[in-house]
Design a protein around this ligand. Structure first.
Ligand code: HEC
Length: 206
């Protein structure tokens, strides 16, 4: 009898110990989706870091190429390095990172899909309402084909240095090279402070 009681106590203790893990407990006061906001914050943080790495490397490559061989040569550097760095960062972080724009230069990689187009339009609207481009972000956890997909976007502002290749007074030499490489180029005529596009991150969750 005493032994039974001890056994009962032991299992009670085990049960309580198990409840210390917040994800295991599922009481009525805790909604089943309680862990979602936490996960989303962590995923957003990871996406932001990947964007920082990708954006930082791209800018560094661009500046080095501009200084070394001028803007015409920097175009080739951009064309080669942009997809390469995107691939490296995507593999390292186990996600897919890209740059998209409503007025794109790269006719394959730069074209936004449906949800990305919506977000870009929304970014334009938020900018008109007075939000700073630097702080425009979007994130969402969606169900896609029975799996969870995390989506994140961050606005890319047009800076003065971008106008050499994306502005409205592009030098003839740069224009000629751009036309050769990108016959369907839509990424000119931007002004400083315009929304140039956005970084897009997609992460498939198990
Ligand atoms: C030396 C010329 C040059 C400069 C300067 C330049 N870009 Fe680009 N940009 C390019 C080229 C070339 C591509 C196409 C790359 C590719 O093929 O993936 C491109 C593509 C992009 C894209 C991808 C979407 C699209 O339109 O296809 C974004 C976003 C972008 N540039 C933003 C910027 C920003 C922001 C700056 C300034 C910080 C900048 N660029 C400066 C040449 C340039």
């Amino acid at each position: 009898m005493k032994q039974l009681l001890l056994l009962g106590l032991a299992s009670l203790l085990v049960a309580c110990g198990g409840k210390e893990e917040p994800k295991v407990s599922n009481t009525t006061t805790t909604p089943p989706t309680a862990s979602t906001p936490l996960d989303k914050a962590a995923l957003s943080e990871q996406a932001k870091n990947a964007i920082k790495t990708y954006g930082g490397s791209l800018k560094a490559e661009l500046q080095t190429a501009m200084q070394a061989g001028g803007p015409v040569n920097a175009i080739s550097a951009c064309q080669l390095k942009a997809p390469e760095i995107a691939k490296t960062v995507s593999e390292a972080e186990q996600l897919q990172i890209s740059r998209v724009s409503l007025r794109n230069r790269n006719p394959v990689m730069g074209v936004p899909n449906e949800w990305q187009t919506q977000v870009l339009n929304d970014f334009e609207a938020r900018k008109v309402k007075g939000e700073a481009l630097e702080s425009l972000v979007y994130s969402e956890l969606v169900e896609n084909g029975g799996k969870q997909e995390f989506r994140f976007m961050k606005a890319i502002p047009t800076e003065a240095m971008c106008l050499t290749c994306h502005g409205s007074e592009i030098s003839p030499a740069v224009m000629t090279r751009l036309k050769e490489l990108y016959p369907q180029d839509k990424a000119t005529g931007f002004k400083e402070g315009d929304l140039r596009g956005a970084f897009a991150v997609v992460k498939n969750l198990p």
